[in-house]
Design a protein around this ligand. Structure first.
Ligand code: OSB
Ligand code: MG
Length: 389
């Protein structure tokens, strides 16, 4: 079947987290989320709307991209590459977006992932199946922001383990690390599945401290060093027992291969938004699987739309470690999808493999209520039409 992209719209929504989320590079409370809407048709008379969620933040803290740069890239260059285009398979979309257009991976990913969703909906396939997923349930971990005290962290971690989470990932930075982690390990015992994520807050000058963190027998230490770095991570990995997990540093398939070849890390956090979409995420998964490097699916405080896409990806066979796939009520008083995402007592999220697409529908009325602006990018019009809200 062939799919034609008929129309693309962009929309910014505002969603307030239930509580602020603090990491080493800053705090988030109000999420500004850019959504792409791709309207398409097939050669059998079908038509469908698919959405993609852009994971770019408000400020260029996690990556250089922001809501504004993603909007600009999509409006100015990317949308025109898809409008009116026909593809047989969504894997053809990445080359269209990437040719002679560097960076802007989060912007590309939002469009690319919407195209996979579009194909799945038009063909009546579950998205998980289209991506090559095999797992019907995926293990889930929680990501805990930097807390105001070790006691607070312990209470949150205890509660997470009681809820069934299979991994408790604690955000750290110099000054909010050992004093938080040691009492946590002591209280929860050696078997508690603890991990840390520094979001690039350390350097090799912190070796002493990193060695002390190493002694805590964590599942992994995520992205301790510079966002662009692999060489220093390799030097660090040499000194540590704990596997390093790279997040920010793995922006492409080639970077994953370099990590493997340099032994710069032994686990990869795959976020489809960070790497340019599903095709790149699958390719990184394949590289890691061939090298027996375990991967898991990360999160970017997504709404239920982005979660849906992450869950579908996490059903691929190489995703063997718990992903940051928290259920809707961890972040939102009310999500924008039905059904909302839930997790069972064993810390597993069900992959919707029995319905077309990603398995959730957007609550359109609620979406309108929280929309800040929407713009339709239509090739048939001389200028993009902007609807302020
Ligand atoms: O490093 O994984 C990260 C959120 C924002 C930016 C970076 C990260 C995160 C998370 C959130 O850890 C995980 C989630 O969405 O549950
Ligand atoms: Mg991370």
């Amino acid at each position: 079947m062939s799919v034609t992209v008929e129309r693309i719209a962009l929309r910014e929504i505002h969603l307030r987290l239930r509580e602020p989320f603090r990491i080493s590079s800053g705090e988030t409370w109000n999420r500004r989320i850019l959504l792409v809407e791709v309207f398409g048709s097939d050669d059998r008379g079908g038509s469908a709307l698919a959405r993609g969620e852009c994971v770019a933040g408000e400020r260029p803290a996690y990556s250089p991209e922001t809501v504004e740069t993603a909007r600009m890239a999509i409006e100015q260059w990317l949308a025109a590459r898809l409008l009116g285009q026909t593809f047989e398979h969504a894997r053809e979309v990445w080359p269209l977006l990437d040719r002679n257009l560097r960076g802007h991976r989060m912007a590309k990913a939002a469009l690319e992932m919407a195209c996979w969703e579009l194909q799945a909906r038009l063909e009546g396939w579950p998205l998980s199946g289209l991506l090559g997923g095999v797992q019907g349930r995926v293990p889930t971990g929680i990501s805990l922001g930097i807390q105001s005290s070790p006691e607070e962290l312990l209470a949150k971690a205890r509660q997470a383990l009681e809820l069934g989470y299979r991994k408790v990932k604690v955000k750290i930075e110099p000054g909010a690390d050992l004093d938080f982690l040691r009492p946590l390990r002591d209280a929860l015992g050696d078997d508690a599945p603890l991990a840390v994520d520094a979001n690039a807050a350390y350097s090799l000058r912190d070796m002493e401290r990193l060695l002390e963190i190493d002694a805590l027998a964590l599942m992994m230490i995520e992205q301790p060093l510079e966002r662009e770095d692999l060489v220093r991570h390799a030097r660090l990995q040499e000194r540590l027992e704990t596997p390093l997990c790279l997040d920010e540093s793995i922006t492409s398939v080639a970077r994953a291969e370099d990590m493997r070849d340099l032994d710069a890390g032994r686990i990869v956090n795959i976020k489809p938004g960070r790497v340019g979409g599903f095709a790149q995420a699958i390719a990184i998964h394949d590289v890691c699987r061939a090298a027996e490097i375990p991967v898991w699916c990360g999160g970017m405080l997504e709404s239920g739309i982005g979660r849906a896409h992450n869950v579908a990806l996490a059903s691929l066979p190489g995703f063997v470690l718990p992903g940051d796939l928290s259920p809707s009520d961890r972040y939102w008083a009310q999500d924008i999808v039905t059904p909302e995402w839930t997790m069972d007592d064993d810390g597993m999220v069900r992959v919707p493999r029995d319905q077309p697409g990603c398995g959730v529908e957007v609550d359109e009325e609620r979406l309108e209520e929280i929309t800040a602006w929407r713009v339709v990018l239509d090739p048939g019009e001389s200028e993009w039409r902007s609807e302020a809200n």
